[in-house]
Design a protein around this ligand. Structure first.
Ligand code: PEP
Ligand code: MG
Length: 544
């Protein structure tokens, strides 16, 4: 048995045979060509073929992993049309009288290097994308396109790394898991894998590639990130047992659908779901969430190449509200900045973006953006049960300004004869220590609080949530964080407001009882955790 360790990006167990993923890579040779024009035509033909393929992959990804994740293939199509990229290929063919494959390969290397050397993490990630599209073009030219065949039985795919297009093309029916030697947990591949519900461990290291052989047996522990090549009997049966337990747990959780979120002593709470876009509604309904506790509206902006219009936003909000058929839908206003960068906002590069110009700070200084979103929200309000929530609040005066802008927008809409629901709840995120500490002042101004434990943890413990190097210093159960939540709950209730938690900690069932004892009224979690949290609530007894 050989053991390797990487990072689990989707927690589950898989046991099965290895299939080493081999790309049918076209080897590129430099050859002299006489007919430059014919060579340039070959590039154009390959480009159309590559675009066609990408269009197909995009449609497949759209169905399987939703619009936000499929978007990478739209970016690939855009990259294929990029003038600098195309000019470089054509000029290499012209000036050196060389074959198209060679010109594309050289251009790919140059562009990949250029992207890799940029400061911005988003641009660095484009390096893999430019290689991906170039390989596709070269494959189209040499007729070697297509992936290595996956055998008929279910297998664990092992690879150096998988390009996003390769991940999405995997036939899920035949894949038990995938393990890669490289890759980061924030890569598109990792995100796609989570969405496709495929157990995955990444970054296992180069040595693993020499050991993993197609046909060998392997056990993957997506919880711990451990990989066992040819596991011994003890390991195999331990993981098989865990896998059976997981399946049994999943089956039992399904039985909780339609049941109440009620403790043994009769206290009821709401369990809602967090979503990033309209595409996630199916998962919310399938997991029987009581509402949507956090719609991260910034994804509408991240998915778009320019500011989404009032009408585009209105249609998205209307759709979510209508689909939830009267259940609560809390839409958070724009939370752009820090890790969520959008080019067209033209935000300056900052030393400390998490402490910088982001979220409500952008909305208050660029009210035209904020007002467009608020108009869309108010217009959509009559289609369901809307709550609007504001992120990154630190002071009373910010909230006063926000409420004044809301009133202004409502008056403008009323003057235009637009109907607005009179039941909209307004709330704020408690995600800065400042907001928790002055929660007694903020509570009388709103209907609800929602604790964003992801940011509250980063700001309270002074630990950048993006920095993997300090993960060991992040104690999510730190007393300081729990005290801030408790303080906020007490202040909310004293002033007639309700309080929920929508950060990742809401799904931590080792804290469910603690939260209930604090008086938390709502927990909002990823759709797949709704039933797990319901189960935890139903096992709590607060009378003891
Ligand atoms: C949070 O900070 O806990 C939160 C829910 O918001 P986000 O993760 O989008 O910053
Ligand atoms: Mg946050």
């Amino acid at each position: 048995m050989t053991i390797f360790e990487g990072k689990g990006v989707y927690g589950a167990i898989a046991l099965g045979k290895i299939s080493v993923f081999k790309r049918k890579e076209a080897s590129v040779k430099r050859t002299h060509v006489d007919d430059i024009e014919a060579e340039k035509k070959r590039v154009e033909t390959a480009k159309s073929k590559a675009t066609e393929q990408l269009q197909e992959i995009y449609s497949k990804a759209l169905k399987e992993v939703g619009e936000a994740n499929a978007q990478i293939f739209e970016i690939h199509m855009m990259m294929l049309e990029d003038d600098d990229y195309n000019d470089s290929i054509m000029s290499i063919i012209e000036t050196q009288s060389v074959n198209a494959e060679y010109a594309i390969a050289v251009t790919a290397d140059n562009f990949a290097e250029m992207f890799a050397s940029m400061d911005d993490a988003y641009m660095q990630a484009r390096s893999a994308d430019v290689k991906d599209i170039s390989n596709r073009m070269i494959s189209c030219l040499s007729g070697t396109e297509g992936m290595s065949d996956i055998s008929q039985e279910k297998v664990i795919i092992c690879a150096d790394d998988l390009a996003p297009s390769e991940t999405v093309l995997l036939d899920k029916e035949k894949v038990l898991a995938f393990v890669t030697a490289f890759g980061s947990s924030n890569s598109h591949t990792a995100i796609l894998a989570r969405n496709m519900n495929i157990p995955a461990v990444i970054g296992v290291g180069e040595e693993f590639l020499q050991t993993a052989k197609s046909g060998d047996f392997m056990a993957v522990d997506g919880y711990t990130g451990e990989i066992f090549v040819n596991p011994d009997e003890e390991t195999r049966s331990r993981l098989e047992k865990r896998q059976t337990e997981d399946e049994e747990k999943k089956r039992l959780l399904q039985e909780l659908k339609g049941k109440e979120n009620i403790t043994l002593d009769g206290k009821k709470i709401n369990i809602y779901a967090n979503i990033g876009g309209v595409d996630n509604i199916g998962a919310v309904l399938a997991n029987d969430a009581g509402g949507i506790g956090l719609f991260r509206s910034e994804f509408l902006y991240l998915e778009s190449s320019d500011f989404p219009t009032e009408e585009q936003q209105f249609l998205a909000y209307k759709k979510v509200l209508e689909s939830m058929a009267g259940k609560k839908v809390i839409i958070r206003t724009l939370d752009i900045g820090a890790d969520k960068q959008v080019d067209y906002f033209n935000l300056a590069k900052e030393e400390n973006p998490a402490l910088g110009y982001r979220a409500i700070r952008i909305c208050l200084t660029r009210p035209e953006i904020f007002k467009t979103q608020l108009r869309a929200l108010y217009r959509a309000s009559t289609y369901g049960n809307l709550g609007i929530m504001f992120p990154m609040i630190t002071s009373v005066s910010e909230l006063e300004q926000i409420l004044a802008i809301c009133d202004e927008v409502k008056k403008e809409l009323c003057a235009d004869g637009v109907m607005i629901s009179d039941k909209i709840e307004l709330g704020i995120m408690i995600e800065t220590p400042a907001a928790a500490i002055i929660s007694d002042r903020l509570a009388p101004m709103v209907d609800f609080f929602s604790v964003g434990t992801n940011d509250l943890t980063q700001y309270t413990l002074a630990c950048d949530r993006q920095n993997a190097a300090i993960e060991s210093f992040v104690d999510t159960h730190h007393e300081a964080i729990l005290r801030l939540i408790e303080m906020s709950a007490k202040n909310a209730h004293e002033h007639g407001a309700w309080i929920g938690i929508c950060g990742e900690l809401a799904a931590d069932t080792s804290l469910t009882e603690t939260f209930l004892r604090m008086g938390i009224d709502e927990l909002s979690v990823s759709p797949t955790f709704v039933l797990k949290v319901r189960d935890a609530v139903r096992h709590c007894d607060l009378s003891k």
